[in-house]
Design a binder for this molecule. Sequence first.
Ligand SMILES: NC(=O)c1ccc[n+]([C@@H]2O[C@H](COP(=O)([O-])OP(=O)(O)OC[C@H]3O[C@@H](n4cnc5c(N)ncnc54)[C@H](OP(=O)(O)O)[C@@H]3O)[C@@H](O)[C@H]2O)c1
Length: 291
Amino acid sequence: MPLRVVSLHGHATRLSKDGRQDAGQLCMAIRLIMQKTHVKSLVITGASSGLGLALARHYLERGATVAVFARRGELLQALATKFPDQVFCYALDVRDVPAVQNAANDFIARAGVPNVVIANAGMSVGTLTEYAEDLDVFQQVMDINVLGMVKTFQPFVAAMRAKKQGTMVGIASVAGFRGLPGASAYSASKAAAISYLESLRVELHGSGVKVVTICPGYVKTPMTSINAYPMPFILDADEAARRMVRAIERQTSFAVIPWQMNLVGRLLNYLPNWIYDRLFVNAPRKPRVNS
Ligand SMILES: NC(=O)c1ccc[n+]([C@@H]2O[C@H](COP(=O)([O-])OP(=O)(O)OC[C@H]3O[C@@H](n4cnc5c(N)ncnc54)[C@H](OP(=O)(O)O)[C@@H]3O)[C@@H](O)[C@H]2O)c1
């Protein structure tokens, strides 16, 4: 007779006498109970795929209430179906100020001020300045990756300040450390995000609200699945999400994930231009949308 074990969130798992797989599931259920996060509620943008989805699942499996923002509402609904009562879906574009503000106000009214807001939504595509048709792409990348982050945090800052607690997390990139050829818009957007997050961190110093900047290296997500070049130290999305959560919990002001990319990043920052230019002139490039 199988023993029925109900895990944290009502997911049932069975333990038969010799079921190794079932025992594994039980261990997982126990681990999740032990790891129950102290983050009770959070907002994650770009939660319909990749890193945002992995982060949302991580927190949901540990009992948190999560507001998920992205344009593809059907993907957000699919997540909500798996975690009923824990997910608040907001199908929106992070460039749309009224939509983001309404969603933020709605979530605060229904679930309170979130402990954590993760501005993760982003786009990456090749761009070249010499093509007029790429100007719109430059605009989109900057609007989503930089201003989308500002628009995401804005409606939560005053509420978090009033509570003297909360963490704003911005997902930047190692690509923001130096200008990558063929990815000028993306590199510039991530460099801008890093600077913006630093300004915000200092502005909020002493208020009880923390700012965490996370710069991932390569992570296996739909964003990188089209890259036809080697991606050193690549992590799968769940592992990257686990490491990001650790940085968020420690409230690390600036985290590079994985640590090997931190070394690469530091080295890149110290390289004089004449060496950097020679090393990167033939670096593989992401395809342009308009090519
Ligand atoms: N993968 C990597 O190697 C890597 C490395 C460094 C940094 N990053 C950063 O990590 C973040 C997540 O990327 P990912 O790899 O997980 O890529 P992804 O799978 O392509 O996910 C991007 C997410 O952003 C959302 N998004 C894009 N534009 C949006 C908009 N205008 N409004 C609302 N949501 C929008 C997408 O949702 P909808 O399309 O449904 O709106 C999707 O959920 C990005 O900021 C990216 O730059 C990724």
